[in-house]
Design a protein around this ligand. Structure first.
Ligand code: GTP
Ligand code: SPV
Ligand code: MN
Length: 580
């Protein structure tokens, strides 16, 4: 028996399903699954002309987003999970969590879902196998990964796969656990059918488990978009960007250039996860391990994200969207609400509250993206010129600034703050530290993760420049000052000019901020006060941030790299220096 068969055989004994199906990823198999889900109400067919090949799924109302408080790292030593992760002793997981799988698939079908993360045949790709009792998860994994026969072929008789055990259980948050074993490279998830909790290739494997592998093997697994920027004359740059959940990765990756006629083009390689490695040329090379997009619906509209909107016009699974009685999906920001609408739970919408769930999402193949780059499946990846960190900050952070060098860039990433969003359950709009947008996704001690970042910089002779952006600054009336979306190109262009050593910048205590003349503001209709606000660095506000950063750093104790503590002291001194 192959190792994968052995594992499935063992799990069957615990799960006791009525049937076992090894998924081949074929069109016919998918059609069968969809038929079954239409019949039992897991899926609803959408409008044949206006949403061809599209389906609506309504998840359980208590299962609508990642649940970070129910997500655990089960390392032998608590310190290896670090202060920012929930830790569970492996024996406790066996005693508390594993019994929830006992008989969990009685009366259900067990699907074996083999999948590859990364382009097929790429030396950087990795195989995972998810066992699940959710046909919705199977259909989603087929879109989000290279799933089925090709994955089994790539695995062959090798034991080198990440096993992921998933059951819907009874969907109760009281019996919901998402547990990662970074030492054994395994995942258990029970009690949720939603997104990152259940599509185990995504955050569980490609970030938390892969991150631990990457630390050991000298590469990086990051919560990053990847985009391609073409300049007039054909020069091409690749940019990776880490923004926290629901903070703009998909939208930036699919940006439609307002300067297309002048030869500035943007293409998409990935919208959520990047695996990055040093190349023989001393540069950092990136691949997108995913094959699809699981993106935020609200805010996806003709002006904000026209490529995204076109991409999801067919062959898309909509989860927790609103819908017209005749089956056209709708969400806030798509266009004006139609006269009659059912909300995300299928109830007639009275116009109060949100019709679509704030974390409603689309699942669609990357190949449907009109702006997809011809290199998105390049087995070697693409060389990265610049890394962006970004948060959602109503105040404080300027539109953009550049770090002074790699080490300073790591400090900028490590000290990121961002307002929480609907992507995870809990309060929305509260500023929290979210280093490198990885707070919920780092599978080991984050102090060690910072050290790994510093070490990666030392292994690159031509490291990317590192920037910080903030599209979300608001005015006194609470409106976004910066137009965002397509206009973010102007910030990308300043960054690329910086990389090429041409654009002007001013030193500030936090890093290099564009001079006002270095950004192209033409046609944006922003007044002098607004431009000034977008580029200002308020020493007092930043000084107030320092104690919060220090308190965060202090949690890591000895595991915090000295360089970061020294950078914080230097920042504090700079901020308190009287300006001359
Ligand atoms: P995850 O998939 O959760 O990791 O999120 P993401 O980082 O891909 O976020 P996404 O691009 O889906 O954006 C989330 C929300 O922010 C959407 O409602 C967008 O409309 C909004 N958004 C994205 N970019 C901008 C921007 O430049 N300005 C403003 N004001 N809103 C934006
Ligand atoms: C995120 O929350 O960052 C997501 C959605 O990309 S999920 O796949 O649910 O994690
Ligand atoms: Mn994400």
């Amino acid at each position: 028996m192959k190792p994968v068969e052995q594992w499935v055989f063992e799990m069957e004994r615990t799960l006791r399903p009525d049937r076992v199906v090894w998924c081949d990823g074929s069109e016919a198999e998918n059609a069968r699954l969809v038929e079954g889900m239409l019949a039992d109400g897991t899926l609803h067919r959408l409008h044949a002309q206006q949403a061809p090949g599209c389906y609506l799924h309504r998840s359980h109302p208590s299962d609508v987003a990642r649940t970070e408080h129910l997500t655990f790292i089960a390392s032998r030593n608590r310190a290896d999970a670090g202060p920012t992760n929930n830790w569970m002793a492996p024996h406790e997981a066996r005693e508390r969590v594993f019994p929830l799988f006992d008989g969990a698939m009685k009366g259900r079908t067990l699907y074996v879902v083999p999948y590859v993360m990364g382009p097929l045949g790429s030396p950087f790709s990795k195989v995972g196998v998810e066992i699940t009792d959710s046909p919705y998860v199977v259909a989603s994994m087929r879109v989000m990964t290279r799933m089925g026969r090709s994955a089994l072929d790539q695995l062959g008789t090798s034991p080198d796969f990440v096993p992921g055990l998933h059951s819907l259980g009874d969907l109760s948050p009281d019996r919901r656990f998402i547990v990662h074993f970074p030492e054994e490279r395994a995942i258990w998830s029970v009690g949720s059918g939603y997104g990152g909790n259940a599509l185990l290739g995504k955050k569980c494997f490609a970030l938390r488990i892969a991150g631990a592998l990457a630390r050991d093997q000298g590469w990086m697994a990051e919560h990053m978009l990847i985009l391609e920027l073409e300049l007039p004359g054909g020069e091409v740059h690749y940019v990776a960007g880490a923004f926290p959940s629901a903070c703009g990765k998909t939208n930036l990756a699919m940006l439609v250039s307002p300067l297309e006629a002048q030869g500035y083009k943007v293409r998409t390689l990935g919208d959520d996860i990047a695996w990055l490695r040093p190349g023989a040329d001393g540069r950092l090379w990136a691949v997108n391990p995913e094959a699809g997009f699981f993106g935020v619906l609200p805010g996806t509209g003709p002006r904000t994200n026209p490529s995204g909107l076109a991409m999801i016009s067919s062959d898309t699974i909509f989860t927790n969207a609103a819908v017209t009685p005749d089956g056209v999906p709708w969400w806030e920001g798509k266009h004006d609400p139609p006269a009659e609408l059912l909300d995300w739970q299928g109830r007639p919408w009275d116009g109060a509250g949100k019709a679509a769930h704030p974390n409603s999402r689309f699942t669609v193949s990357a190949s449907r993206c009109p702006s997809i780059s011809p290199r998105w499946q390049d087995p070697q990846g693409v060389p990265i010129s610049a890394i962006l960190f970004g948060g959602r900050r109503a105040r404080l952070a300027p539109l953009v600034f550049e770090s002074r060098d790699w080490e300073h860039g790591v400090f900028v990433g490590a000290t990121m703050g961002s307002e929480t969003t609907a992507a995870a359950t809990g309060q929305v709009g509260v500023v929290r530290r979210d280093p490198m947008a990885m707070l919920p996704f780092c599978g080991y001690n984050m102090g060690d993760y910072f050290a790994h970042w510093l070490g990666m910089g030392r292994s690159l002779s031509r490291p990317p420049a590192i920037f910080h952006v903030n599209w979300f600054r608001t005015d006194a009336r609470g409106r976004f000052v910066w137009p965002g979306f397509g206009e973010n190109l102007r910030v990308l262009l300043w960054m690329i000019e910086r990389v090429k050593g041409r654009a002007a910048a001013e030193e500030t205590p936090i890093g290099l901020v564009p001079t006002e003349g270095a950004i192209n503001w033409d046609g944006l209709g922003l007044g002098a006060a607004e431009r000034q606000m977008l580029l200002s660095v308020d020493r007092g506000e930043w000084a107030a941030e320092v104690p919060e950063i220090r308190a965060f750093f202090d949690r890591f104790g000895e595991r915090l790299p000295d360089a970061l503590g020294l950078r914080l002291r230097a920042l504090e001194q700079d901020l308190t220096k009287v300006a001359v």
